[in-house]
Ligand binder design. Structure first.
Ligand code: ZN
Ligand code: FE
Ligand code: FE
Ligand code: ZN
Length: 275
């Protein structure tokens, strides 16, 4: 982080989602130790009707999440800002429940993420074999259409890991005009809805070994003047702030010099370039 100022890490989880470790204070201490000044706790939100319930907090856990968060905010108030957030799954039909969640608390931001195409939890390692039999080009188009809808629904401040579909390294080989058109339509929806995209280091820790989103998407987003917010998607305190400088370097390569910060669902830019 020599070249750039430190920025907020807006994506981390708690054990309530059943696949993360560490208390909020442990994430906060890890952030302080890494030199961060601001983080956002964005655990997997509850969803209605038992949707993917093994991988998220139950609605009955929201209050304990917020209580632990407020205690950590108080304990770290002189050292670290801790923002209140959720990573909310988006699928068509979830809008009413997402509206309910948005009114449940005075959140700093809500991040919308697509982890499902229909009933296929495509980022779940247990379901990865479906990549072998699917039409990959159609799958990518379906995915970006859902991300487009997640932006257009107007309920989110940022869009998590905007090309998560590549997580396991299954990619459309060669140039695909259909996929590129779907990506671009997604970006136009993001622009029209005035939401931010996440730049996420999590992909570097997955089989794809690449930042989310792809440099081509970063370049097009930069041309559209779409803001980015950084997230490590930490599922353990050791991952807080992971590869922040690589993500900022990618943004900077395309002429982006600030990231989005969030406070009570208001977005402000923060320059990450020194000098
Ligand atoms: Zn997770
Ligand atoms: Fe996610
Ligand atoms: Fe996450
Ligand atoms: Zn995530």
């Amino acid at each position: 982080m020599k070249q750039f100022r430190v920025v907020p890490d807006y994506h981390m989880h708690t054990p309530r989602c059943n696949h993360a470790v560490g208390s909020i204070c442990e994430y906060a201490q890890a952030a302080v130790d890494a030199g961060l000044l601001e983080i956002g706790m964005s655990d997997h939100s509850p969803m209605p009707n038992g949707f993917d319930k093994a991988w998220r907090m139950d609605e009955s856990e929201l209050d304990s999440f917020l209580k632990e968060l407020e205690q950590a905010q108080d304990e770290f108030k002189d050292r670290l800002k801790i923002k209140s957030a959720l990573e909310v799954d988006y699928y068509p039909g979830a809008e009413e429940y997402i509206t309910y969640l948005s009114q449940y608390y005075d959140w700093d931001y809500l991040m919308g993420s697509v982890h499902f195409i229909g009933d296929w939890g495509f980022d779940n390692p247990d379901a990865v074999s479906r990549f072998e039999s699917c039409d990959l080009e159609q799958t990518y188009c379906d995915y970006f259409k859902l991300v487009e809808q997640s932006a257009s629904c107007g309920l989110f401040d940022s869009i998590g890991h905007p090309d998560l579909i590549k997580k396991f390294g299954y990619r459309v080989l060669g140039k695909s005009e259909r996929v590129e058109a779907a990506e671009y339509a997604m970006l136009e929806a993001v622009k029209a809805a005035d939401v931010a995209l996440e730049i996420s280091s999590a992909g570097l820790r997955k089989p794809v070994k690449e930042i989310y989103p792809h440099p081509r998407i970063v370049a097009q987003a930069a041309a559209l003047d779409i803001p980015f917010a950084f997230g490590s998607d930490a599922h353990s305190p050791a991952e807080v702030g992971h590869a922040m400088s690589d993500c900022l370097a990618l943004l900077h390569h395309y002429g982006i010099t600030s990231v989005a910060t969030f406070n009570k669902r208001q977005r402000s830019p923060m320059s990450f370039v020194k000098g």
